[in-house]
Design a protein around this ligand. Structure first.
Ligand code: MN
Length: 233
């Protein structure tokens, strides 16, 4: 076949799967805002109980757990946000809550790195959050555990340590919108497809990283996520 591409198209980033040879290729990354009441409060917001809301990150913002990354560009206030991540394995379109988990391939620990200063400036000017949220290495992800091994998201502990000190500590049951509710809602707006990820929001306790920081995030039943932060470029 004649290749008519101007340059080589990048392969999609792919995530290792616990106990599997093959990896999970990533399509889109959806992220839920304000899904833990205590985090919404610490950011000076109230939880919107009408409907969840989302932002997105490019698949090329992914960063595999265990990496050392440069301190993110153009920020003086980059925050960690520990998150429970849902990996979609089957199409979900206008899914019903009762059957929504059938679309889930597995789950992983993730960290939503956020340039909080840029996000705050965007919020103030009512501009989009892209510069604050969607940047290189901003979506840290651990290997995926299959749903049949993990079971269902219930009251598992979700926690993150910064330089060995526990700074975020909550339970998945603290989420305002549950995983089935999120899939049912989001699939009214998109055909969710295999390879899509949903970062389901962060508990309270977010804070700033610095060059030399190490982050270690855990959810009961999943492989931990870690990343270390090097110097600025
Ligand atoms: Mn987040």
């Amino acid at each position: 076949m004649i290749n008519d591409l101007l340059f080589d198209a990048p392969l999609p980033p792919a995530i290792p799967i616990d106990g599997e040879e093959r990896k999970f290729p990533v399509r889109r990354i959806f992220c839920v805002g304000r899904n833990y009441a205590a985090h919404a409060a610490e950011m000076g917001n109230e939880v919107d109980r009408e409907a969840p809301f989302y932002f997105t990150k490019s698949a090329h913002a992914l960063c595999l757990s265990g990496s050392e990354i440069s301190f993110p560009l153009a920020t003086e206030d980059c925050h960690y946000e520990m998150e429970f991540v849902v990996a979609i394995g089957e199409e979900a379109f206008r899914a019903r809550q009762e059957t929504a988990l059938e679309a889930v391939y597995g789950y992983a620990c993730g960290i939503d790195l956020t340039r909080r200063d840029l996000q705050a400036a965007a919020k103030e000017k009512r501009r989009p959050w892209d510069l604050g949220k969607d940047f290189e290495n901003a979506a840290v992800i651990a290997p995926i555990t299959r749903a049949d091994k993990f079971g269902q998201p219930e009251s598992q502990r979700i926690a993150l340590s910064h330089n060995g000190i526990v700074v975020q500590d909550a339970q998945l049951s603290d989420m305002v919108w549950s995983v089935p509710e999120l899939i049912a809602h989001l699939s009214q707006y998109y055909h969710l497809l295999p390879g899509d990820l949903i970062y389901t929001g962060t508990p309270a306790g977010v804070g700033a990283i610095a060059p030399g920081s190490t982050l270690l995030g855990e959810v009961d039943g999943l492989q931990s996520v870690s990343v270390s932060i090097g110097q600025c470029e």
